[in-house]
Design a protein around this ligand. Structure first.
Ligand SMILES: [Zn+2]
Length: 302
């Protein structure tokens, strides 16, 4: 096998996280007051975007334009300029020419990608973590953000809580010159993608690939290899892209999850990506499944 995977969407953000500044309260206050400081704004799960002709741009606002209950979360430095993220009420009215849009819809539309999409994805993950972790998981008391928003502390029991990331495996299951794609019962219409599943406590990435492939497709795996990863902040996944050599041909589907699976060769997959297959459409733009399948099709992996 050869591995030269294309960096997946939502990776390679240019922002300098400047983590050494998170514990420096004076530096955080100075940066919040800096004229070049800007913040992304999340209203509930949705990000503030400016609507452009034929596209979207994340709208970065001066900090004094945004009112919030908690201090802004420090994202990092963009060419030295401080960048934050702020959470506001879920029913906020957007400024003129702007709209609150869920990142997933923005990605799937194909109107938002590249470096800015990677930055917004990270902002969504950390912002969503704060929304869901206001209370201490140990004693239930209200917690307070610290370290520029990269930690929450419980003033009652002194427990410290850190942003979580949930590992998920997603795999090219290959057999000779063919790859398996499947239709999940929750997918729209004709959409097919790679199978995926959470890594369970006590498992390695490779073990999770083998277990999920057997559970979902009924296929035993030979060689399993890790290829590349993608943060997927819906709400907090880190997708581990893998390749697995199947030892069986016939699918036995986990019917609660999948309604169909097919083997496709590279020509058949290319036709799917060109939109020439009436019953099968490819994974959404922005998803690692799309970049992994394209890499396999172009023989960069496999
Ligand atoms: Zn507590």
């Amino acid at each position: 096998m050869t591995y030269r995977p294309t960096p997946p969407p939502l990776t390679g953000a240019s922002l300098d996280r400047a983590a050494h500044l998170r514990e420096d309260r004076d530096a955080l206050l100075r940066m919040q007051a800096d004229a070049s400081a800007r913040t992304l704004v999340f209203s509930g799960d949705a990000t503030l975007f400016r609507l452009l002709e034929g596209g979207l741009r994340a709208e970065w606002l001066p900090l004094d334009r945004v009112e919030a209950d908690e201090p802004p979360i420090f994202l990092g430095l963009a060419e030295g300029a401080p960048r934050f993220v702020t959470r506001i009420d879920a029913d906020a009215v957007p400024p003129e020419g702007c709209k609150y849009i869920d990142l997933r819809s923005a990605l799937f539309s194909g109107d938002f990608e590249g470096d800015e999409a990677a930055i917004v994805a990270g902002a969504k993950a950390i912002s969503g973590w704060h929304a869901g972790h206001r209370h201490c998981a140990r004693c239930g008391a209200l917690t307070v953000p610290e370290q520029g928003g990269w930690k929450r502390r419980c003033p009652t029991c002194e427990a410290q809580h850190f942003p979580r990331t949930d590992p998920v495996v997603i795999m090219l299951v290959v057999r000779g010159e063919r790859v398996a794609i499947a239709h999940n019962v929750n997918f729209p219409d004709t959409l097919y993608s790679l199978i995926a599943g959470f890594v369970e406590p006590g498992e390695t990435i490779e073990e999770a690939v083998r277990r999920e492939t057997l559970e979902e497709l009924g296929l035993r795996c030979g060689r399993v290899d890790y290829l590349c990863s993608q943060p997927w902040p819906f709400p907090a996944a880190l997708m581990f892209g893998c390749i697995a050599e199947a030892l069986d041909d016939d699918f036995t589907l986990e019917e609660a999850e999948l309604s169909d699976a097919v083997w496709l060769d590279r020509d058949e997959l290319a036709a799917v990506f060109r939109g020439e297959n009436e019953t099968i459409s490819p994974p959404r733009k922005g998803a690692i499944a799309s970049s992994l399948l394209r890499d396999w099709m172009e023989r960069k992996v496999g």
